[in-house]
Design a binder for this molecule. Structure first.
Ligand code: ADP
Length: 178
């Protein structure tokens, strides 16, 4: 699914965040210490290679909603933006922290002059954020941010499963139906 708004494109696809060859930056659903882990972080650190942790670890620990940027090493992208999402039920208010995570990542990308960025569904794996709630926060925040972004032109959400994809498609349709 693809929507045009404020001269920007929002895309929602099913896929793997480490296989977004046409994106200048990808976002890591990071852990606080900026080390490898499971899920998205595990896949990104494996694909990027051992140089990534040497650059990322000294930038940590980071707090929920904080975003930092590194190079992407063996990944096909130029940059990785690492954002720590909230742990559901622990870091509160979860919705504000999750929205800030998307906002801060987009702002950091924009400040760097990045034109295209792909996000996974931050906090919806190990961090336990219910998918539909997280999707609404993510897509509303991304849609709102299209008003102010100057360099970022394409924002893609990459969902790992068909179910997660369908949830995001329905919510983006609702947002555009407003
Ligand atoms: P968090 O710790 O922020 O919850 P996770 O990495 O555990 O992050 O999961 C975030 C979401 O990303 C989950 O919905 C998970 O299914 C999905 N996911 C896991 N691996 C990948 C991948 N390689 N590409 C895209 N999405 C992925």
């Amino acid at each position: 699914m693809r929507k045009d708004i404020n001269g920007k494109i929002i895309e929602i696809i099913k896929g793997d965040i480490t296989r977004q060859d046409d994106m200048e930056a990808i976002v890591n659903a990071a852990n606080a210490r900026l080390l490898t882990g499971g899920g998205v972080a595990g896949a990104i650190y494996r694909a990027a290679g051992p140089e990534l942790v040497k650059e990322s670890e000294p930038l940590g620990p980071i707090k929920p909603d904080e975003a930092v940027i590194t190079k992407a090493y063996n990944l096909p992208n130029q940059y990785i933006i690492h954002c720590l999402g909230p742990v559901y039920g622990l870091d509160k208010p979860e919705d504000i922290l999750l929205a800030n995570c998307y906002r801060n990542s987009l702002q950091l990308a924009d400040n760097k002059g990045i034109a295209s960025i792909a996000f996974p569904a931050i906090s919806t794996g190990a961090f336990g954020y219910p998918l539909a709630g997280a999707a609404a926060v993510a897509l509303n925040t991304i849609t709102d941010q299209t008003e102010t972004l100057e360099n970022v032109k394409i924002i893609r959400m990459v969902l790992f499963s068909e179910t997660d994809l369908n949830t995001h498609v329905e919510i983006l349709q609702d947002i555009f139906g407003r």
